[in-house]
Design a protein around this ligand. Sequence first.
Ligand SMILES: [Zn+2]
Length: 734
Amino acid sequence: MVAREFLVRHEDSTFAVDYDTDDGFEVFQFQLFSLTSIPPDEQKIVGEDDDRIVSDNSDLAAVSEKIRLVSIASEKEKEPEKQEETTSSGGAGAGNFHAGSSVMSDEELARMLQAEEEALLLQHYAAGQNSGLFEEKIRPYISQVLMYEDPVRKEAARKTVPVDNLEEKALVSLAKEGNLKPSKIEQDHAFLLQLLFWFKRSFSWVNAPPCDGCGNETTGQGMGSALASEIQYGASRVELYRCNSCSRVTRFPRYNDPLKLVETRKGRCGEWANCFTLYCRAFGYESRLVLDFTDHVWTECYSEVLGRWMHLDPCEAIYDQPLLYEKGWDKKLNYVIAIAKDGVHDVTKRYTRKWHEVLSRRTIITESSLVSVLTSMTRECRRNYTSEILSVLEERDKIERETIERDLHSTDDASILLPGRQSGDNQWRIARSEYGTDSLSLSSCPVRICRDEHVTRIYNAFGAILRKFVEDSLIVSKGVEVLKILRTTIVDLKKLPYKKRRASLKSNSIVGTSLVHHLLPSFSELLNALSLKSELDTNGSVSVCLAGDPVQTALALPVALHALDELISDLSKCDNFSKDSLSFPLLRLNRICSGAVHASGEELPFGIATAAFDGTRMSKWEEPNGARGSWIMYKLSANMQELVAYELMSANDAPERDPMDWVVEGSNDRGSSWRVLDKQTSQVFNKRFQRKTYKIRPTGFSSNVFRFRFLAVRGIQSTSRLQVGSIDLYARES
Ligand SMILES: [Zn+2]
């Protein structure tokens, strides 16, 4: 063993790297990767004294301790980045535009203002002075949004929503973010997002409707005349479709009345947004129907948590991403008008970063006429309001105008924070600053605290049950039977409203029943972990019911269910179940929990980094740019731990995004220096939700931060993403 210290210079930094030559050159490359973020295959290592290229251990032995590291890809990458910035800011080849800059240069701003002026001039020639056309387009929507205020329509909408279930999901999502005592406005915000996700699942999209008679495909036949029963619900337009099989004609009335849509639950974006906005109003959210003149409709709701209006697209189940259309869909927007019961607003600027281009397409009406039309329509909507309410609304309008103007000239999209990213911001920021200063700590993700104590408690609780099995010399099949009874009970509990969970521990056989009674004391640790307790019923059977915060139970039940599934499957495969079987991985004891998680990236809301540690397979960490290198760190909340094993589970879909090569590192100085603990290459997950177990050769090295660096995914050619279903870390027993 030869230990050497190298001084590695990279850009403006110099790192001291301790290296044991027995570890192999690859390990050295991984160490450099840890420090600089340059993947091994893009590293050019050069001896500082003689410019000698270092490509293996013997080269390394020949150079002095001074080394320079260059990224082969850095120049290639910089080019397109610069182009993209220039295009998005609308300028033609501005040479002084710095990549990553969030403030526009003076030259850039001047050019944009010039373009705006030209567009306005053009508008004066092209736009008619007659504001009637514009008003004609907007006016029907004012009567439409007033329908959302009708108590009958609101009640009809509310009745179709599984309120309990959405409330549970909202509270669980907050609990996962560490918010166990959310305020009313935080709950309202979380519920609105669940309402959006539910709506997306419950409503269906119609291109050509299936045949009413035989269900086969149809072909459009143009428009028909509306029947009285259709006109009653605002369907003056009726599309006709002829069946390709039986020739029957199917009608597709385009209903405007959201009351009818609550029943039919289908349509195109107009119907979706119309109906969803009614749902938002039915649950008391300040809501607007947003009309994009280039043929799309969505919703905006006022979020008290964010203190501003939030974009919600029910067709996509996407929220708070106003640049979705211009940047994502490459839409050429012109007018985006928000219509609410208390006013009509031009919100176009919220949805664009290319205002001068948008302006050149606004030729229906001049800007000044537009303002006066909207002002007069708004005044009309508010004519019966008290002066008190009027002043609140006017203040809100003013703040909205100011915010929109400010965001318009920002080129930094990261300034538009998604709601999930903001909770506990300060706490995370403090935690994040403790991560040390190496370049990898830089990411757009906040540091999040993992609320996963229940996962560890559930895994440990199975220890008590299995030890009792061994103590009573229970054979495997009996043990499996008992676990299946527990599983059935958990499934029953999960189906019930989260505030009223109670189910009996029942068995089909008399032997099973007496076994459950006998083993009941060994279940208590598991029940505790689920915030449940057992009770003896008057008829002698045992019931399980809530013992504490129902949200804790809601959070833990899916974890227990998945863990039981795995345990049942693992135990069934045990040939000789005995004391010796009570070890990892049948028993997954000492799982590390309650750490702070930080990742190179995450996809919100469903690919949040903490989802890797939440113990349920249905959630995952998804890194949108992680295919060729990404990282996730787990910082311990308490004492240092020696990592003895870890497990990775593949996610629900997209095998090409599975990790294939990775390095696991530990740090005993909160991330200033790292030590390689394990390295894997060419790993393949053959199934979805497949758990792979890795034991680590004992090193005696205790860490307070662990880091996974994923170097490549399985389908690196076909995806930019990486995803992991779950990560579990296990510490040496203390
Ligand atoms: Zn048919």
